[in-house]
Design a protein around this ligand. Structure first.
Ligand code: 5MM
Length: 368
């Protein structure tokens, strides 16, 4: 029995194939959809001005890295980046697509405060969404992303209201994407923030959020085989005692929450890095494969900062640094692709193919 939405929607077979392709084993997603203000914050850390040309130059560095297609199945772009080109005049969209890397685009328009809550947010962007989906599809996108943010505060935060509003807009967005032919990535982020809440509390709140989101997705008749999920890993608050953050514990709690909430029909769960250090993000992804080797979904990555921060630093706005920065990006993509397979050998890593030393890559240190 299929829903009327599913049986009437001619895009569904293509969307199912696209979602499966993005989530194929040994691959993950590069999230490069920073809005202009977020890109500015990142560029500032290396003393580079937030101009359209500097944003373009850094993204060219990322997207033209030779061999990226061996580890990255999809890249998420921001609207501006969808229409930018390499210095040689090729559209970024074409530069990625011709190497088999699928192009996605951020569809949300950012966070708005929910009045009457303690700083909780909802996500904007539903107005005119169908038309925007059609436009991006025509321009080469095959998937999309929408991010809702939840923060863990005192008991009762996230509030029922914030969870309900965000679950409904995530579901509405996903349904509109499928109706007009893009695979929706549904991103309910539980922000890693200050606070001494335990990993158990984080697991409880993650389960609460994800169960509401999946319920709303089901009510909106979104086809689970034709969507992807981008959640946070379950992490304790930044001020929680260190002992609680052992990576087994992160993997155990994360796997448990997913088992309780995500239907096996969803092909891929692509975690955000959410402030984890690059090394920590890779270790936790690897540990998840060991914790849940027979998971019904591909357990993979859709990292922004964990893939980009060290690369941005290596570049620092200088043309002569591009080759070394690209080599670092490839190495980061490679170790995460290996971690997706549960094959990252952090003790005896395979020699770098990117021109770095053959020894263990020095990933940025753990952040908690
Ligand atoms: C890359 O950053 C994305 C866009 O953020 P803004 O809307 O604030 O500019 C963000 O949605 C990102 O895709 C996810 O949060 C994952 O990135 P991280 O850095 O957490 O892996």
């Amino acid at each position: 029995m299929v829903s009327p939405f599913e049986s009437d929607n001619v895009h569904i077979p293509e969307l199912i194939a696209t979602a499966a392709r993005i989530s194929r084993r040994g691959f993950g997603i590069l999230a490069a959809d920073e809005s202009v203000p977020t890109a500015g914050k990142r560029l500032k850390t290396v003393g580079v001005e937030n101009t359209a040309e500097n944003r373009r130059a850094f993204r060219e560095l990322l997207f033209t890295a030779e061999g990226l297609e061996d580890y990255i199945s999809g890249v998420i772009l921001f609207d501006e980046t969808m229409y930018q080109r390499t210095a040689g005049g090729e559209r970024f969209v074409d530069c990625l697509s011709r190497r088999g890397i699928l192009v996605g685009t951020k569809l949300d328009t950012g966070l708005r405060l929910i009045a009457g809550t303690e700083g909780e947010t909802r996500t904007g962007g539903l107005d005119g969404l169908g038309d925007r989906v059609c436009e991006y599809r025509k321009d080469g996108a095959t998937f999309a992303k929408w991010r809702a943010v939840f923060k863990i505060g005192h008991a009762g935060v996230p509030s029922d209201r914030a969870i309900r509003e965000n679950a409904q807009s995530l579901a509405r967005y996903a349904s509109i994407c499928q109706e007009h032919g893009l695979v929706p990535i549904v991103e309910p982020e539980l922000t890693l923030g200050p606070g001494d809440y335990s990993i158990g509390r984080a697991a409880f709140e993650s389960e609460r959020v994800l169960s509401h989101v999946m319920r709303a997705i089901n009510e909106a008749q979104v086809v689970p085989e034709a969507m992807l999920l981008k959640p946070s890993m379950v992490l304790p608050g930044l001020d929680a005692p260190l002992g609680e953050s052992a990576r087994e514990s992160v993997a155990t709690h994360t796997a448990k929450v997913l088992k309780r909430t995500v239907p096996p029909a969803v092909p891929g769960v692509h975690f955000l890095s959410g402030g984890m250090g690059a090394e920590e993000a890779t270790q936790n992804l690897q540990q998840l494969q060991h914790e849940y080797p027979d998971a019904p979904w591909s357990l993979s990555f859709s990292y922004g900062r964990a893939l980009q921060d060290a690369v941005l630093k290596a570049w620092s706005g200088l043309e002569e640094n591009v080759p070394a920065a690209q080599a670092l990006l490839l190495e980061l993509a490679r170790v995460n692709a290996q971690a997706q397979l549960g094959e990252w050998d952090e003790v005896h890593p395979t020699p770098s193919s990117g021109g770095l030393s053959a020894g263990r890559i020095l990933l940025p240190k753990l952040s908690y």
